[in-house]
Design a protein around this ligand. Structure first.
Ligand code: S0N
Length: 342
């Protein structure tokens, strides 16, 4: 798949900055591409590195794009036989991939999705285009905790655990504190714990076949943490209570109208739109995005939220001459002269 011509980006960024020749000139007429966003390529992202085998991942696919326009790590649930429901092993692998993506300076944006592809329609299981694929399963982003490994002793248990755990809660925190934008790309079902994971993402783009909902009260479970708190922040107190108390499902358009997702696209255009959104974020300042994310979370996350803001502040302070003077003075066994470095 071809990547964008970088000169197009320059043109797109310049589109909104055209100078008037005289102060009396009228402002340029409004255009759909006034800020250049519509000029950005909608080519789907080309992933040139597949790290799934290297990390010995069994439950997820982990890929990266190293093209400078699309510095993306994609983490995709890959358990289609259970509609990408997660077991502890799945969550551990998502956490390992996420940490790798956070630590990789060449990754700007992280995508959380599933291996469900265009053409798998949860409303009609017979519409899958690829007859040879196990994607004959209903399209799904994630159907929540795998109920076959739900243990009676207070959590989920598989061979990877020494005792039952609710490991997905650790993943939620890791996503929340991740300094890079995480975008959910949802096809089909985002249900239960899977729905909460999309809510934990900074952005959600979905196919018009997406279906959203919490099932906990029907399945004998609930998430009294971010599942309720972040949900209320997104859709409001009345609506999140409806979502939990009624445990019914919502269409993509309903999700859009209640502020649960950023945008809905026709299934066969979704990958291109994802490429467009990612390319714009890759043009923008990583520190600005990290600080905005920390600021959006700060008020709700108490001391932990302030910690995230403080992390960015301290990182920038470490880069300053003033901060380095403290270290240098210590190493040179002299009194620091901070004022000379202001
Ligand atoms: C999504 C639904 C509505 C799709 O229905 P459809 O299209 O009819 O497909 P099915 O035939 O039902 O499904 C296809 C195959 O997939 C299996 N499957 C689906 N979901 C799961 C699942 N969650 N666990 C295990 N298997 C699943 C089906 O069994 C079927 O397999 P076969 O073909 O072999 O029969 C429908 O599938 C549905 O309603 N699924 C269940 C959705 C659900 O309730 N999810 C779990 C909700 N709970 C959580 O996610 C809790 C998460 C959690 O860890 C947590 C977090 C914080 C605090 C607490 C908790 C906690 O667990 O308590």
């Amino acid at each position: 798949m071809s990547q964008t011509d970088p000169s197009k980006h320059v043109a797109s960024m310049a589109a909104g900055r055209r100078r008037r020749t005289s102060p009396n000139d009228p402002p340029p007429p409004p255009r759909a591409d006034r800020d250049g966003f519509d000029l950005i390529s909608q080519d789907p992202i080309h992933y040139d590195i597949d790290l799934t085998q290297q990390f010995q991942f069994t439950d997820i696919r982990y890929r990266k794009s190293t093209h400078p326009d699309t510095l993306v790590a994609e983490i995709a649930f890959d358990r289609p036989h259970v509609l990408h429901a997660f077991r502890p092993t799945t969550i551990q692998q998502v956490q390992a991939a996420l940490q790798d993506a956070i630590d990789d300076p060449n990754i700007a944006v992280i995508i959380l999705t599933s291996t469900s592809h265009a053409g798998t329609d949860p409303h009609n299981k017979d519409t899958d285009n690829d007859a040879s694929s196990d994607q004959q399963a209903t399209a799904s982003f994630c159907a929540g905790g795998d109920q076959t490994v739900r243990d009676n002793a207070g959590g989920y248990m598989d061979d990877s655990e020494t005792q039952p755990k609710l490991r997905v809660l650790d993943l939620q925190v890791q996503m929340r504190t991740c300094p890079k934008p995480i975008m959910a790309v949802v096809r089909g079902y985002a249900i239960g714990g899977g729905h909460i994971l999309h809510m934990m993402c900074d952005l959600t783009l979905c196919s018009d076949n997406a279906i959203f909902g919490q099932t906990g009260p029907r399945m004998g479970s609930f998430d009294a943490g971010y599942g309720c708190i972040q949900g209320a922040r997104l859709v409001g107190q009345k609506k999140i209570r409806e979502i939990w108390f009624l445990s019914k499902f919502y269409t993509a358009q309903e999700a859009l109208s209640m502020g649960l997702v950023n945008a809905v696209f026709a299934d066969d255009t979704l990958n291109g739109k994802v490429g467009q959104w990612v390319r714009r974020m890759c043009m923008n300042s990583p520190t600005a995005l990290a600080a905005c994310k920390a600021a959006c979370n700060a008020a709700d996350d108490g001391a932990h939220g302030i910690l995230q803001m403080g992390h960015q502040l301290t990182r920038l302070y470490y880069i300053s001459k003033e901060s380095q003077e403290g270290r240098d003075a210590f190493l040179e066994k002299r009194k620091p002269d901070f004022r000379s470095k202001l």
